[in-house]
Design a protein around this ligand. Structure first.
Ligand SMILES: Cc1ncc(COP(=O)(O)O)c(C=O)c1O
Length: 393
């Protein structure tokens, strides 16, 4: 039993999920505080939760729904996409979260053996989705050393010189793991490069509402662009599993391919979750921005906690819920640093290696209320001071 020879190479050669490893680490250390998982500390809007409580006895809740999502929810999303995101030529498919949306898109757009493009530091689950669907030729582009913005010149060169042309380019905006925001002109430039090369662009907008310091998130649309969204963070609905795809309605044949995959994975997103999503939307995006605005305090606490790493070591954080930090030169093994910080200082981060950048760490500032974040940042600062001064004793 257990012979690897009996298992799919596709699965075996996919990276291990870093979050599962980190959850194990957390379980093993009593009282450890997590700055690891990309979560928010709030729950969905109370009125929305109250409404779904009433719904459990309705027979429709226990039945399958339309594969592409509840009509009322799709209608509300179409309106939201038009008014907030300025996406007017997109169809909506509701999925069991943005991660399932991404797998659905990869299966609909890429063949095993195709090449695709990501930028470092990249979102580890997107990388794994490529690997497990046989898209193993993953070209990883650089980010600007200061801003971490995707390098558009590299992209242009790579799409021109790689034969056959890569099938798909993906970016997260604002980014996971870095929290870097891609300004609209750059996003547009990336889109034009993809269009000219005949290549798809998939933009993950999971953190569309998580923008700080007066920055505004924007989306772009085109017949080569697919946008992904999520209810998980915005409405505190991580465990309810609802996301959606906005795909170009003019591209013939795309909807039926997405439906084939949908019908074989979730069939439909959980009906009660979709109803909660709909009622949450009734509270309006203002509800979300109200939740998000106080996260800048957590971000500031953690920027200060990271100061022992020295000037220029901390990047990103202008959006999403993440800061991205470079460890001192001699600490390339970020997993070891993460384990040491957890065991010795009771604070848990995400190592950078699964995002394509050894010697880095990701710090999430979304999951803790301010009081707990103060404690976490004290522990982190003490740990990093010790790391820089004496190493991992
Ligand atoms: C960029 C990005 N995409 C997708 C997801 C997954 O979201 P969902 O819970 O909607 O599957 C996350 C969660 O951390 C994320 O950061």
């Amino acid at each position: 039993m257990g012979s690897y020879g009996m298992l799919a190479r596709r699965a075996v050669s996919t990276e291990a999920p870093v979050m599962v490893q980190i959850q194990e680490l957390l379980r093993g250390i009593k009282g450890a505080i997590s700055l690891a998982q990309g979560v928010v500390y709030w729950q969905p809007p109370k009125p929305a939760l109250e409404k779904v409580k009433e719904l459990v006895w309705e027979p429709s809740i226990s039945r399958y729904g339309a594969d592409e999502g509840l009509p009322e929810l799709r209608e509300a999303l179409t309106k939201k996409l038009r008014e907030e995101n300025k996406l007017t030529k997109s169809s909506v498919m509701v999925t069991a979260g943005a991660n399932q949306a991404f797998v659905n898109i990869v299966l609909a757009l890429c063949d095993a053996g195709d090449s695709v493009v990501m930028f470092a530091p990249y979102y580890f689950n997107a990388y794994m989705s490529f690997q497990m669907t046989g898209v193993t030729d993953i070209l990883v582009g650089p980010g600007d050393p200061k801003t971490l913005h995707p390098d558009a010149d590299w992209l242009e060169r790579t799409l021109r010189e790689t034969k056959p042309t890569p099938k798909l380019v993906t970016v997260v905006n604002p980014g996971n793991p870095s929290g870097t925001y891609i300004p609209e002109p750059l996003l547009k430039k990336i889109s034009d490069i993809c269009k000219d090369a005949g290549c798809w662009l998939v933009v993950d907008n999971t953190y569309e509402y998580f923008m700080y310091d007066g920055l505004k998130h924007s989306c772009i649309e085109g017949n080569h662009i697919v946008n992904i969204f999520s209810f998980s963070k915005a409405y505190g609905m991580m465990g309810w599993r609802v996301g959606y795809i906005a795909f170009p309605m003019e591209v013939e044949g795309l909807a039926p391919q997405l439906l084939k995959i949908q019908d074989n994975i979730p069939i439909c997103a959980s009906i009660i979750s979709q109803r909660l999503a709909l009622h949450s939307m009734e509270e309006g995006s203002q509800w979300v921005t109200n939740q998000v605005k106080d996260l800048v305090k957590n971000r500031q606490l953690l920027v200060d906690a990271l100061s022992p790493l020295g000037e220029g070591s901390v990047k990103g954080g202008e959006g999403a819920i993440y800061l991205w930090a470079k460890l001192p030169e001699n600490f390339i093994d970020d997993f070891e640093v993460v384990r040491w910080l957890a065991k010795k200082h009771g604070v848990v981060l995400i190592p950078g290696t699964p995002c394509g950048c050894p010697g880095h760490v990701r710090i999430s500032f979304g999951g803790l209320v301010e009081k707990d974040c103060i404690l976490a940042s004290q522990r982190l600062k003490r740990g990093l001071e010790e790391l820089v001064k004496d190493g991992m004793l």
